[in-house]
Design a protein around this ligand. Structure first.
Ligand code: AMP
Length: 314
């Protein structure tokens, strides 16, 4: 099943303790699409400037990514400059230039209107709402956002959230959006705004998911070398939403497998700067890491058949 995604396509300048890039391809929709296209067909809606040429567009080539909904506008492409310290969990935004996104009014191409799965990537919540309103009858609407929009456009964001089924959000942003420090309370408040399913991303500490029926926790995949966490959230979303789009039954069990695939995709993404690793990762690599993840979190009952004696004092 195809996924319609709207979000930023960007140039990023990123500095981490392990290196830096000054004008690398980034953007929420870029990371999402590259990740999700491993699992489902992606239909991309975004604006780019004159500076995003054929060389940059090639990042979408040879994959299940339809770029008919990308518009080239007069001006410069969205630009984000950020920095990370040794604590790679939270990006420090140094500069955000919306550029062409300031005047962008998204028109969803007719060939996208029947999309059943929609991902509203991190971008102005008004644009998210405009795109969603054009899709005929979506079955699953997932969304992401960040502090920039929670602070700058909260009423518009709340309006969009009313129509969202699955929200993915960072820990600090969950606190900011809900005004609650405790994450379980924050989750309750945010779910009351609309999204029945909430996934809170906690960087290297993993994710917490809350649904109507259950809660689920997953660690991040432990890696020896992490170079650049930029795009981890969107790669995670690509794995999760991409997998759900490919599922006939989207129950809590599918959500759990999707969350692990999200963690798998995020773990590949952070292994190199910009979109380099997402471009090179293969299906056998994704399968192998999913299996390694299953081993990582596997444990038996308190009293498995193999245990010789019952667990003491229980
Ligand atoms: P994340 O997956 O959260 O690390 O997202 C990283 C991407 O988000 C970067 O490639 C940026 O270009 C993009 N980005 C940063 N700030 C914004 C913003 N305010 N709106 C849309 N995209 C953004």
């Amino acid at each position: 099943m195809s996924i319609l995604v709207v979000g930023s396509v960007a140039f990023d300048a990123v500095k981490t303790p392990f290196g830096e890039v000054t004008k690398a391809i980034g953007g929420s929709a870029t990371y999402f699409s590259l990740s999700a296209s491993n699992f489902a067909d992606v239909r991309l809606v975004a604006a780019i400037g004159n500076d995003f040429g054929a060389k940059e567009m090639a990042v979408f080539d040879g994959r299940a990514i339809d770029t008919a909904g990308m518009v080239r506008m007069d001006g410069e492409t969205f630009f984000w400059r950020g920095e990370y310290g040794y604590d790679l969990n939270d990006a420090k935004t140094l500069e955000t230039r919306l550029n062409v996104f300031e005047k962008f009014r998204p028109v969803v191409p007719p060939s996208y209107l029947d999309s059943k799965v929609v991902f509203l990537g991190n971008i102005d919540p008004e644009l998210q709402g405009e795109v969603l309103s054009q899709v005929k009858s979506p079955e699953l609407v997932a969304a992401d956002t960040m502090n920039f929009w929670i602070q700058g456009k909260k009423p518009e964001l709340i309006e969009t959230l009313r129509r969202v089924d699955l929200l993915l959000i960072n820990e600090s942003e969950a606190r900011m959006l809900s005004g609650e420090h405790n994450l379980v309370m924050a989750a309750r408040n945010i779910r009351a705004l609309g999204p029945k399913t909430l996934v809170i991303k906690r960087g290297e500490y993993g994710v917490l998911a809350f649904t109507e029926r259950s809660s689920f926790a997953a660690p991040a995949y432990p890696l020896e070398s992490v170079f650049d966490p930029t795009g981890a959230g969107d790669s995670f979303a690509g794995g999760l939403v991409g997998y759900l789009a490919s599922c006939v039954v989207r129950d809590d069990s599918a959500l759990r497998r999707g969350i692990i695939l999200g963690q798998v995709m995020a773990s590949f993404n952070v292994e190199d700067f910009s979109v380099r690793r997402l471009r090179s990762v293969t299906t056998p690599e994704i399968r192998a890491r999913f299996e390694a993840f299953r081993q990582l979190v596997h444990f038996e009952d308190l009293e498995p058949a193999s245990a010789k004696t019952p667990f003491p004092k229980l």
